[in-house]
Design a protein. Structure first.
Length: 133
């Protein structure tokens, strides 16, 4: 059975937090679920089955599941830029080292009209760009 979003009650996709990013995941979570509709990221105690393909949320997400999981972690951390800045920067650096432009992916997620994000991704990414200078 798929997890349910804590914000909008829609179906979520479970995923494993990449090991190299575990220290930057909220509450040190090992598993999380990303909502297919509002992009809320909720912690999971265990992964249902093998998890799912995060690409089913949006074509904007990277095909590589670790990269997609990293982007979804950023989305989950965008709620509080001030408190999560260090973690977001570390994940952005990880993605850049992997050849993924995290900010571009976030802008594409914001432009995906099939989604109804729980937060204004464009505004948060603009603020993030200001912080990253």
């Amino acid at each position: 059975m798929s997890p349910t979003c804590s914000t909008c009650r829609a179906e979520s996709i479970g995923f494993t937090v990449p090991e190299q990013l575990a220290t930057h995941a909220p509450a040190g979570m090992s598993y999380a679920a990303a909502c297919r509709v509002c992009l809320t990221v909720d912690p999971l105690d265990e992964l249902p089955g093998d998890g799912g393909d995060l690409g089913n949320i949006s074509e904007a997400l990277p095909v590589d599941q670790d990269h997609a999981a990293a982007v979804m972690l950023i989305v989950g951390l965008l709620e509080s830029l001030a408190l999560n800045r260090q973690h977001i920067e570390a994940i952005v650096d990880y993605l850049e080292a992997e050849g993924v432009d995290a900010l571009l992916v976030l802008h594409r997620l914001a432009d995906d009209t099939s989604l109804r994000p729980a937060l204004d991704i464009d505004r948060r990414v603009y603020q993030l760009e200001q912080l990253l200078g």
